[in-house]
Design a protein around this ligand. Structure first.
Ligand SMILES: C[S@@+](CC[C@H](N)C(=O)[O-])C[C@H]1O[C@@H](n2cnc3c(N)ncnc32)[C@H](O)[C@@H]1O
Length: 700
């Protein structure tokens, strides 16, 4: 209040106001009747909470890890708590930027499901707090490992986070923390993991978003690593800030996380009472009993970080140990509670939650993070199945075409008429964008093509729908009619069966038809300007379906992709003598080596098609699960069919760090009834990209 000010300060302020000059911020609380609270201000700060709601698309369901393997499952199958098949909660792994995911969870129809599942009790996040670390991951190819460069989407996220240093990091995390607070149950709590780089900032941001009164503790996670001599004390810890949604109401199971008493303290409990309980005698004659469960867990945790050969290791650089998450989850949630990690990485929180019988939601924008997590959780399901323990179904979701529509400014919540009008205007902008990213010229002369590149006609697919076989056929016919011999079809998604079947038949008619994926990176103008946007050719899958006595066995027979990440010759030129590097060039993974005399050798590590495959899965009855989405129309929730089908992941084989082998034939699957069935085969390559093909079979 103004009384706090000295006479001199009052005169200073009065003079400033009279002269129309700004009053220093430190005086504002004293001259305003609206007392300000302590607040962190940085360039670009916005306190507006994102409330966009986009519908989630279910890409894949994983109910039973290996149908047909005759293992004894207890998929909690008929109980309330099972998951999707009995109408209970299904765990969710969501691929995409967590800002849109969080706002869609908080404000959309899934919010109700979350509340029905008891509300979100615990959030743990480990955001990318290390400026130096990027989204690179080490991928195993046979005995070698290759560093996968970040996708441009990941680079965009990285730039959004660090483009303006700590200011952009503050904006990134602040916007998300606000929505996380909104999502947390009233007895929930949040743990935010970081280190010295952002811990000062993070503590203040957490105080601001959650309220200083909800601060519970600052946990020091300390570990032993090789110590280098530095001109400061060795940095041997990370910081984890622990806040409640409402101080005092938070779940905290102190007994679940007690730790052993130190031997020197234990020896003091040297007396045993009539019931055999240990205690120590007090000087006043009283007794202090030993709690057999140990002493309360302190806030300095010594938990070893994962070593490079640790069995838990997934190849994800920033992976945290399950022991760390186990303590957090045991303390701050109960069995059956819902736990979330919106920066899931390799899925440590989700894997630990699953093992501890909690429900979970995870999100990450890296395809590879989602793939790593999928394999990790399937392995847990398989292990539980082997031991006859219960496990829960999970689904993989994204905001898919809707996220892209949002990025080009389309509002998916508009009614159909307004949406169509908006789409017409936006379609042209969208086509221009794609053509410029592809380096093609626009042309209205040759319907259905939108432009050309050299002598190649370009067909651009829709923003939020898959390119259909009909569209491709029309393009083939139009090209052949006017003597065009090369056509490139660009799309975000393709109806099943286009690649390679339609390219093969076009070839017979003298037309080179190339199917290419439009990468989501086209929405980043900086990436286009730098020429970083790459349109990959669609991969192809060949498989043999053998049906005998109503039983099907699927065998993979071929697979192909075309990638390029480095130039093998450039890499060779840059290599030191005696060094080697694994690169991806001309669609092959190549080990480039220079001997001591500077002689260069190149060895192809993917000479066999199987070397490209990290994982493959089968849905034995693909048409059995039509996809539906829930949208809000005129304030009401409406379920709509999208016309697509959900991939039911019924059998799969994949490589792990410990076991690099891959089965190429599925277990036999028996159909109850004869009929025509669609069998979908999904292959995920070593870079985490997937290609799916549907085969039609007849069961007699
Ligand atoms: C430090 S890592 C998390 C590691 C994880 N705790 C583990 O044990 O594996 C951070 C993760 O956040 C993800 N990420 C960064 N920005 C994101 C965003 N905007 N939306 C979703 N995920 C994001 C990155 O892809 C990365 O996997």
């Amino acid at each position: 209040m103004a009384e706090d000010l000295s006479q001199q300060e009052r005169e200073l302020i009065a003079n400033l106001i009279r002269d129309g000059k700004p009053v220093p911020a430190r005086y504002i609380p004293s001259i305003s009747d609206n007392p300000l609270k302590t607040e962190l201000i940085w360039p670009g700060k916005s306190t507006l909470m994102d409330t966009s709601v986009l519908p989630f698309q279910s890409i894949e369901h994983i109910d039973e890890p290996r149908k047909g393997t005759n293992q004894q499952y207890d998929l909690f199958s008929m109980s309330e708590s099972t998951g999707r098949q009995s109408g209970g909660w299904t765990n969710k792994l969501i691929w995409g930027d967590n800002k849109l995911i969080l706002s869609s969870l908080a404000n959309g129809p899934l919010r109700q499901e979350i509340e029905k599942a008891g509300g979100l009790k615990l959030i743990y996040i480990d955001p990318p707090f290390d400026v130096g670390s990027d989204f690179s991951v080490d991928i195993e190819v046979g005995e070698e490992s290759i560093s996968k460069k970040p996708s441009v989407i990941e680079e965009v996220a990285y730039r959004d986070t660090w483009g303006r240093g700590q200011d952009s990091f503050a904006s990134m995390i602040y916007e998300r923390l606000m929505i996380m607070k909104d999502l947390l149950a009233s007895d929930g709590s949040i743990y935010v993991h970081c280190d010295w780089r952002v811990s000062g900032l993070m503590r203040m941001l957490m105080d601001e978003v959650f309220g200083a009164e909800n601060f519970l503790n600052h946990i020091i996670w300390t570990y032993n690593t090789r110590t280098m001599t530095t001109p400061y004390y060795a940095r041997k810890h990370n910081d984890i800030f622990f806040y409640s949604r409402n101080s005092g109401s938070q779940i905290f199971n102190a007994d679940e996380v007690r730790v052993d008493l130190k031997p020197e303290s234990l020896v003091q409990y040297n007396k045993i009472d009539e019931e055999g309980k240990r205690y120590k005698a007090q000087s006043n004659g009283g007794r202090t009993y030993l709690n057999e469960l140990g002493q309360p867990c302190p806030d300095v945790w010594n938990i070893q970080i994962l070593g490079s050969r640790d069995v838990e290791r997934t190849g994800y650089a920033t992976q945290k140990p399950e022991a760390l998450l186990e303590r957090i989850i045991r303390a701050s949630s109960r069995e059956g509670d819902l736990v979330a990690d919106f920066f899931a990485g390799s899925g440590t929180t989700l894997a630990t939650a699953e093992k501890l019988g909690r429900k979970w939601i995870g999100a990450d924008l890296g395809r590879f993070a989602i793939h790593t997590t999928r394999k990790r959780l399937i392995s847990i399901q398989r292990e539980a199945a082997k031991q006859g323990l219960p496990f829960r179904a999970f689904e993989i979701l994204n905001l898919g075409g809707y996220e892209r529509a949002h990025q080009v400014g389309l509002d998916p919540t508009l009614d159909e008429q307004s949406k169509a009008l908006q789409a017409k205007i936006k379609r042209e902008e969208f086509v221009d964008l794609i053509l410029s990213a592809y380096g093609a010229q626009k042309s209205d002369q040759l319907v259905p093509f939108s432009g050309s590149k050299g002598g190649t006609a370009i067909l651009v697919g829709g923003i939020d729908q898959a390119v259909t076989q009909d569209q491709v056929q029309q393009a083939i016919d139009a090209a052949l009619a006017v003597g065009i011999s090369r056509v490139d079809v660009l799309g975000f998604e393709f109806e099943m069966g286009i690649s390679p079947a339609m390219s093969d038949s076009a070839k017979e008619q003298g037309l080179t038809l190339t199917i290419r994926y439009i990468p989501n990176e086209v929405f980043d103008k900086r990436a286009i300007a730098k020429g970083q946007v790459k349109f990959y050719e669609a991969g192809y899958v060949e498989a043999k379906c053998e049906v005998k006595n109503k039983t099907l066995k699927v065998s993979l027979t071929d697979f192909g992709v075309f990638y390029r990440q480095n130039d093998a010759d450039e890499t060779a030129a840059e290599l030191r003598n005696g060094a080697a590097k694994v690169v991806v060039d001309q669609g092959q993974v190549v080990r480039v080596a220079k001997d001591k005399k500077g002689l260069i050798t190149k060895e192809n590590l993917t000479s066999n098609w199987q070397d490209w495959i990290d994982y493959w899965a089968v849905d034995f009855d693909f048409a059995s699960q039509p996809e539906t989405i829930t949208v809000i129309e005129e304030g009401k929730e409406v379920k709509k069919r999208t016309g697509k089908f959900i991939f039911e992941n019924e059998w799969q084989s994949f490589r792990t760090k410990a076991d690099r082998s891959l089965e190429l034939t599925s277990s036999p699957f028996s159909y109850a009834d004869p009929g025509n069935y669609s069998v979908a085969v999904k292959v995920i390559d070593i870079f985490g990209n997937d290609t799916t093909r549907v085969f039609k079979i007849k069961v007699k």
